[in-house]
Each structure stands twice: as structure tokens, then as C-alpha cells.
Design a protein around this ligand. Structure first.
Ligand code: ADP
Ligand code: ASP
Ligand code: MG
Length: 452
């Protein structure tokens, strides 16, 4: 029996948190594979080091070193700390060399390389802390473990078959010897042998991909809240933990803004029916949430609400566009060439509206401009948020849509776009960003905390 345990940034954010997480690992029965994020704040720190021209490289090196070395020193015995420092220095030499190398900066995967550095050090500390507790452990980078990635910078996908083939050789034998591998999350190695990250928050996805590759029995995502909740508890303090949900429900919510899981976490697990648990590393005794393939009948109309901010609506207008199938195909092709994700589409006789992330809107427009001759006009409006309401009772209950939109009316928001029917578990709609949190609050109090 193999369990993947993934620890997020806050679960390895301090010596105390690392000790707590290591205890969770060693108490788990069967074979264990640990996947780890960078210590909280470290990835942002590295992003800034890459983007901010005024940052002094020596300061970055010093601060990064101090944070990791002092944490390890707090946790480890003198002997173990000495051993730790040997491995640390090897990894650290590569890190500081990378930072100082002006040629490396020109590489299109440089940002992936830099921002994935935090995981290399958090994994080392956690592995040594597991050893400190008396268990055998080894820290493996994605290069060492054989986690492979493909795709464009900052948005890689895991190459599951290659990862599975190599990990079976490199990682499975360790498990047979009762060694607990602690593997870097967030990135894999691409065809050129370079680190390629899976997008921010990508360690959840890495854990699910590793679970798939090793045919694990379960994937546990250890975070800082009591599981998958009825809404983001930062906005809705009365949000409740959901005991179990199915892959579809969790995937829709994660895709549309529930940050607790990286949007692509579900698929690698779903492919092999591997259950995912979301649990609180601060409260290991709390049952958390089980996400699985079973679809149980429910009597609650609404289970959870997510919101995705910073969206823009691009409306392409051309007379009777619905009858110009070639043009519609070309427009879709332009979004594909731009690599832009579309979060909702709505059509009318002479226009098609696309909802995209605001950071992608400009890029999409550049590509759409090629179709200038065939398009009458393109309108762009920003400051939108998408609200994703999930619950299967929701879509089958007569009049429930009306109830949902009453909750929107209660906060004087107007609905700018609606998407329903594509998924059988969710209703998505778009409101102005200014109203998004109020709409979520209103839905939550009407249908979840209000006990409807
Ligand atoms: P980690 O560092 O462990 O990966 P994240 O910060 O990425 O943790 O994700 C956990 C956070 O996700 C929570 O602190 C919470 O604020 C946020 N969140 C958003 N939506 C939800 C939800 N539906 N259920 C639980 N947490 C949510
Ligand atoms: N450390 C990475 C990030 O902050 C990946 C992760 O935490 O999942 O985005
Ligand atoms: Mg996360």
C-alpha cells in the first residue's frame, strides 16, 4: 500500500511546522512517498528576485541561505546537521551559480529553474527531520526521482508514462527498503533536461502525478485548513469542511478558483481511481475531505462556492457570425495559438463572448488582430469575476437557478454572463469584481450556513 503525502508551503513554513509534518509522515502506515512545496513565502521571494531589477543578488543568496540553514539547525542534532550541511552545500552551490549566471537568464526556462529552487531545500530539511525521528529517508529532486514534464514555460504538464517508467525503477526500490523518499513538488524535467514548473500551486498536481506514476493507493494533500470547504474560509469564516465529494465537483471548483487544490490535481488521480484526501497539518485528527469517484445522492442543493477574479470578457462581433463557421473555427484557433484558457463562452447571432484571465487578454487580442478583415469589432471589458456554484442537487431542482439569482440580487449585483449545462454539477456566472465576495457571501448564507 503506497500513500503520497504532499505538504504545502505553510506545512513546511517553519521548524515547528516541519516537525509537525514529519510526525504525520512517520505515523502513516504502509509505504510512504512525500512531496513537498517550498517553505511559505520562498517562491514569491524567488519570483521577485527574477523580476525585480533592483534586487541585489548577494542579498537574495544570503537571505535564502539563512532561512533554510537556521530552520535546519533548530531541528537537527549536531551530527545530523553536519550531514545535512554537506548535501545542502551541493544544492546551494548550484543555486547561487544559477543566480549569478547572466547567460542562464537568457534561457526561456530560466524563471522555471529559479522559482523551483525553494522545493529543493524544503525537501532536504523535511527528509532530515524524518531521519531525526529515527526513520530512513532520502531527499530526491525531480531530476533524481524521474518526474518528467512537457509544455511551455511556467505551465508544464507531467509526462505521466515517462515518469511512471522511471519512478518505478528509481523510487519503488526505496519503498521496498522502508526508505521514505521526500521529492520536490512544483516541477518536472523537460525534454531538454531543464526544470519546468506546473504553474503556481503546482505541488498538488505533482503529488497527484506521482501518485498516478507509482499506482498509489491514496494521495493526501496536507494544508492549513480543515479540508475542501464550502467556500474560501479567508472570505467566509463560517465555511464548513466537506466530508466527501466526487472528482467532478472538486475539479470544477479548483478550476474556477478554489485555491486549496491546483486546478489540474484531480485528473491524474481520477484516471486511476486514486482517492485524494485534503487534510489540515495543524489538526491531523480532523477527518478532512475525501475526493473520490463515487457519486452519492445528496440532499443539499449547494455544496461549495468558488470565485475566480481578474477576468476579462472579449466580445468578437461580426454580422451573422453564427452562419460563418469558418470564421468561428479561425477565432478558436487564435485562442489556441495564443495558449489562452477560455473560462466561459457565450454566443448570439452576431457575436461571441469569451471570458479569459485579464493577464491573457492582451495576448489573445494580438492573435485575433490577424482576423481584422473578417471581424467588425472586438470589445474588451475587464474587472469581472466568475462565481462557480457546485452541488448536484442544484441543477436538478426546479426553480433553483431562480433562487441562486435571488441571492445575487440581494447584494445588488448584476449577472454579466452565464454558463450552465456543460457540467452537470456546476452553475457558473460572471459578475463585476467589486461584487464577487458579496455574492459568494450571499449564496453561502442563503444555501449553506443558513441551513436551507
Ligand atoms: P498550500 O500551501 O498548503 O498548498 P494553499 O494556500 O495553496 O495551501 O491552499 C490553501 C488555501 O486555499 C486555504 O488557506 C484557503 O484560504 C484557500 N481556499 C480557497 N478556497 C478554498 C476551499 N473551497 N476550501 C479550502 N480552502 C480554500
Ligand atoms: N511553491 C510553489 C508555489 O508557491 C508550488 C506550490 O506551493 O505548490 O507556487
Ligand atoms: Mg497550494
Amino acid at each position: 500500500m503506497i500513500t503520497i503525502l504532499k505538504f504545502g508551503g505553510t506545512s513546511v513554513g517553519s521548524a515547528e511546522a516541519i516537525e509537525r509534518s514529519a510526525n504525520i509522515v512517520v505515523k502513516e502506515s504502509g509505504s510512504k512517498v512525500v512531496v513537498v512545496s517550498a517553505m511559505s513565502g520562498i517562491t514569491n521571494f524567488l519570483v521577485k528576485a527574477v523580476e525585480d531589477k533592483n534586487v541585489r543578488i548577494d542579498d537574495v543568496i544570503e537571505e535564502f541561505r539563512e532561512k533554510h540553514v537556521s530552520t535546519a539547525k533548530e531541528l537537527l542534532s549536531d551530527d545530523l546537521f553536519k550531514e545535512f550541511m554537506k548535501e545542502f552545500e551541493e544544492r546551494f552551490a548550484d543555486f547561487s551559480e544559477l543566480l549569478k549566471d547572466s547567460e542562464a537568464r537568457k534561457d526561456r526556462f530560466f524563471q522555471d529553474n529559479m522559482t523551483s529552487q525553494g522545493e529543493r531545500f524544503s525537501s532536504l530539511i523535511l527528509s532530515y527531520e524524518i531521519r531525526q525521528l529515527g526513520f530512513k529517508s532520502v531527499a530526491l529532486t525531480s531530476e533524481m526521482a524521474g518526474v518528467f514534464a512537457e509544455g511551455e514555460p511556467l505551465s508544464g504538464s507531467c509526462d505521466l508514462s515517462r515518469t511512471s517508467a522511471v519512478m518505478s525503477m528509481k523510487v519503488k526500490p526505496l519503498l521496498n527498503d522502508d526508505i521514505i523518499p521526500v521529492i520536490t513538488g512544483f516541477y518536472g524535467i523537460n525534454e531538454e533536461g531543464k526544470p519546468l514548473t506546473f504553474g503556481r500551486g503546482g505541488s498538488d498536481y505533482a503529488a497527484a502525478a506521482i501518485g498516478n506514476a507509482l499506482d498509489a493507493n491514496s494521495v493526501e494533500i496536507w494544508t492549513d485548513v480543515d479540508g475542501f470547504m464550502s467556500a474560501d474560509p479567508r472570505f467566509i469564516p463560517e465555511a464548513i469542511s466537506i466530508g466527501e465529494m466526487n472528482y467532478n465537483e472538486a475539479a470544477e471548483l479548483a478550476h474556477f478558483g478554489a485555491k486549496v487544490l491546483h486546478p489540474r490535481t484531480i485528473e491524474p488521480a481520477r484516471m486511476k481511481h486514486i482517492p485524494i484526501w485534503v487534510k489540515n497539518s495543524y489538526k491531523p485528527e480532523h477527518p478532512g475531505t475525501q475526493i473520490h469517484h463515487i457519486r452519492k445522492p445528496r440532499n443539499t442543493p449547494l455544496r461549495s462556492v468558488a470565485m475566480k477574479m481578474d477576468l476579462s470578457r472579449i466580445t468578437v462581433i461580426s454580422g451573422e457570425i453564427s452562419y460563418k463557421q469558418d470564421l468561428v473555427a479561425k477565432i478558436m484557433q487564435k485562442f489556441a495559438e495564443a495558449g489562452v484558457i477560455i473560462y466561459a463562452i457565450s454566443t448570439s447571432l452576431s457575436s461571441i463572448a469569451f471570458l479569459v484571465h485579464s493577464l491573457d487578454a492582451y495576448k489573445a487580442l494580438q492573435y485575433l488582430n490577424d482576423l481584422d478583415d473578417e471581424i467588425e469589432r472586438i470589445d474588451v471589458r475587464s474587472n469581472f469575476a466568475l462565481i462557480c456554484a457546485v452541488g448536484d442537487g442544484l441543477l436538478h431542482r426546479v426553480g433553483f437557478c431562480g433562487d441562486i439569482f435571488m441571492a445575487v440580487k440581494d447584494v445588488d449585483a448584476s449577472v454579466e454572463m452565464i454558463s450552465q449545462g456543460a457540467s452537470d454539477v456546476s452553475l457558473n456566472f460572471v459578475v463585476s469584481t467589486d461584487f464577487a465576495a458579496d455574492v459568494v457571501r450571499s449564496l453561502h448564507s442563503r444555501f449553506i450556513s443558513g441551513g436551507n
